[in-house]
Design a protein around this ligand. Structure first.
Ligand SMILES: Cc1ncc(COP(=O)(O)O)c(C=O)c1O
Length: 403
């Protein structure tokens, strides 16, 4: 047992900013452009080339990127979009913004990602009932990729589009292709919220290899306004002229955000490496305990946005107690996520408890432990010792009750 004793709460995730990041923002403040200058396209280009995608569009959040990705794919009323119930609500809200219906695919308890078997069965039945989805939004939970090669084959067989919600997965790869390459999808979305792998404060990005989709996303990001004479309905009135040809939004990223993202992107691989090293230490520490932990599939090199353990089934009644005790000892354990279909808004849409039993079982057992690049070895050992001590207490108490 370590003697380390944290005086303040160890958070579950945290940004890592250095002097270069700060200088990059100050440079923008001293420049002529706070918005719509050179930094946004520079950031887009840097992320597109890192991922091996042709086009990247920066937005003010992953939520807005998901929204306009759905619109670019033609998602609208009468359409159905499927996603995982174990995600942040933004993964499914984006389809509701477009007037579409949402449905969920239950998860695989080993990875926390949507289950390939459940997806295959659901598609089979949906085809028979003529209710196939227009799009599937896969979520790479914690930075572990879904089984993209098989999911892509299913998309060809059943004719649906794929959006990768890779909010957790920049820097990860699947089959040696960087997430964001869109090798197995139409569009990939990243989030740059401060707890994510790299940050631009708030921010997101949509990547694609299809020029038409990229143009649509860029148009929708900026009110549906174009300066391109080729797509205008009449000859330009002069150099000031623009036309609004779609109903778009102001989802633009600022120069300040892009400069921070660009500076952070230089350390992306280091961050992912540090996260993997911390995850390996957790794996080692828990491998002989009753806890299980989410594991990436063999094709994935994870970005480890989160480290999630599952309580053994017999101990699930102690879930709240374990998390509360960890927090009382300054370890900010968390749960990612409350199943989306159990949210009141979704219950009002007709979803109910029991609809996705594996996701619900996962929710009763999942605990996210602190994981971020500058988490010290001492602090990590303290987290491990504190959690294992709690588990041992539960085990001992249960044994004494049984006897
Ligand atoms: C899986 C997932 N999708 C979407 C989002 C939304 O990201 P943002 O906060 O950048 O809008 C998040 C953020 O937590 C997320 O975790």
């Amino acid at each position: 047992m370590t003697s380390y004793n944290p005086k303040t709460m160890i958070p579950y995730g945290k940004q890592d900013l250095n002097e270069d990041d700060i200088a990059a923002i100050v440079d923008v403040l001293k420049s002529d452009y706070l918005t719509q200058g050179p930094k946004v396209p520079e950031f887009e280009q840097a992320i597109a080339s890192y991922c091996g995608a042709q086009f990247a569009t920066a937005t003010n959040s992953a939520t807005s990127a998901l929204h306009i990705a759905c619109l670019a794919l033609g998602v609208g009323q009468e359409d159905i979009v499927w996603t995982s119930p174990i995600s942040f609500v933004a993964s499914s809200n984006c389809a509701l913004y477009c007037g579409a219906n949402v449905d969920f695919v239950d998860i695989d308890i080993q990875s926390g990602n949507l289950s390939l078997l459940a997806l295959t069965n659901k598609l089979h039945h949906a085809k028979l009932n003529n209710i196939l989805p227009k799009a599937l939004i896969v979520v790479h939970l914690a930075g572990n990729c879904c089984e993209m090669s098989a999911i892509y084959q299913l998309s060809l067989q059943y004719g649906f589009s794929i959006i990768e919600d890779a909010s957790h997965a920049i820097g990860a790869s699947y089959n040696s292709h960087k997430v964001g390459s869109c090798r197995y999808s139409d569009i990939t979305i990243f989030s740059f919220h401060p707890v994510k792998i790299i940050t631009s404060a708030e921010g997101g990005m949509a990547l694609t290899n299809e020029a038409e989709l990229a143009e649509k996303i860029q148009l929708l990001r900026n009110h549906g306004i174009t300066n391109d004479p080729k797509v205008m309905t009449e000859t330009s009135h002069g150099p000031w002229y623009y036309q609004q040809i779609e109903l778009g939004f102001n989802y633009r990223m600022t120069e300040l955000q892009a400069a921070l993202g660009l500076s952070q992107a230089k350390r992306l691989d280091d961050f992912v490496q540090q996260r993997n090293a911390l995850a390996q230490r957790y794996d080692q520490a828990f491998k002989n305990s009753s806890l299980t932990y989410l594991r990436p599939n063999s094709e994935t090199h994870s970005s480890y946005h989160l480290y999630i353990v599952l309580l053994a089934q017999p101990y699930q009644d102690f879930h709240k107690e374990v998390i509360s005790k960890l927090r009382a000892k300054n370890v900010f354990a968390h749960v990612h996520y409350i199943p989306i279909h159990l949210q009141p808004y979704y219950q009002n849409l007709g979803f109910k408890a029991g609809d996705y039993p594996i996701a619900e079982n996962y929710y009763q057992r999942a605990i996210s432990l602190p994981l971020y690049p500058n988490l010290s070895n001492e602090a990590q050992q303290y987290i491990i010792d504190t959690l294992l001590a709690e588990i041992q207490t539960i085990e001992k108490n249960l044994i004494s009750v049984e006897n």
